[in-house]
Ligand binder design. Structure first.
Ligand SMILES: C[S@@+](CC[C@H](N)C(=O)[O-])C[C@H]1O[C@@H](n2cnc3c(N)ncnc32)[C@H](O)[C@@H]1O
Length: 298
């Protein structure tokens, strides 16, 4: 049996040859996941040139997982887990893998929610539209004790993960989240003016801008990627309109978008009398990635 270090180098090289973007990390993650270790344990054992446990079945399993990653199946589908802020979300085929940039969108929504005046029931009501695995909304519920979060998701498959992830939360958090299966553009008939914050990471890629990464193109569900219309903004525009209906006066909308879409979304919001303080915010690399707007009274 080769040593941990030899195996790590071999798997890293095979992943790199297959075009995997972060081969050293993914090799260590696959080894850690298979043997029930932490990634840091793998690195330490590799540095010491320790030898592996002898179980040949585990080594067959590792080989199978490496082959899946070489075929560019997302690491998170293979491990079944995606870290997001304080949570470890369950993900797999049929649900969008949450991205690090959405952690910043969540941070902005959390800041606005924390500053909001609670509703008469003492809670700050947050609505996560296009919730997927629940990354944004469940994080807000987990990180803010008086947040009550409704999460709307249209896909049956994504809803399975959304509910699984909600169920993993401690009871005190779970009691403040409400997963809803439905179309974010109009399923919340009875929630008019109820939310202090609406946050959303909708599909926004134009149909003709097929992503280059195999992991995205082949494994993220199309309904999670393509926002319809010539510019990919048909769904986001409809969601801005719906957010105006859902928000209480003074409430905030936070919407993730592509780096070149800020102006078009600001223009759409500005055409409505319901929005004020319309602006774009950036991600950690300085790219325009979020529309933020305040619901004003008319
Ligand atoms: C880009 S993913 C974001 C998922 C999650 N919010 C995140 O950030 O990881 C967009 C999600 O919106 C869902 N979706 C697309 N159109 C929708 C609609 N009209 N109503 C509700 N959900 C929708 C997709 O199924 C997908 O789960």
């Amino acid at each position: 049996m080769p040593s941990v270090g030899t195996r790590l180098r071999d798997i890293t090289r095979r992943l790199a040859d297959a075009g995997v973007p972060s081969p050293a990390h993914d090799a260590a993650a696959l080894m850690a996941h298979t043997f029930g270790w932490e990634i840091s344990d793998v690195r330490t054992a590799a540095a010491r040139d320790d030898h592996w446990p002898e179980d040949p079945l585990d080594h067959d399993l590792l080989e199978a997982r490496v082959a899946r990653r070489c075929a560019r199946e997302p690491l998170q589908h293979i491990t079944g887990k995606a870290p997001f802020r304080t949570l470890e979300l369950q993900v797999g085929a049929g649900v969008f893998v949450p991205r690090p940039e959405t952690e910043i969108v969540t941070e902005v929504a959390l800041e606005l929610a924390r500053a909001a005046k609670p509703a008469r029931d003492g809670m700050v009501h947050v609505t996560d539209l296009c919730a997927g695995s629940g990354a944004i909304g469940l994080s807000i519920a987990a990180e803010m004790d008086n947040a009550h979060v409704a999460l709307v998701e249209a896909s049956d498959e994504a809803n399975v993960y959304l509910r699984l992830n909600a169920r993993m939360l401690p009871a005190s958090v779970r009691s403040r989240v409400r997963p809803i299966l439905g179309d974010a553009r109009g399923c919340l008939h009875h929630f008019e003016g109820c939310a202090q914050v609406v946050v959303t990471n909708p599909p926004y890629i134009p149909s003709n801008a097929v992503p280059r990464d195999v992991e995205v193109r082949e494994y993220d569900p199309p309904e999670a990627l393509y926002g319809l219309g010539d510019d990919g903004l048909a769904v986001p525009r409809a969601i801005i309109d719906e957010a105006a209906r859902l928000l209480d006066v003074g409430g905030w909308l936070v919407m993730e978008h592509g780096e070149l879409q800020g102006e078009a979304l600001r223009a759409h919001a500005a055409r409505s009398e319901f929005w004020g303080d319309i602006h774009t915010r950036q991600d950690l690399t300085g790219r325009d990635r979020m529309l933020v707007a305040r619901r004003v009274g008319v």
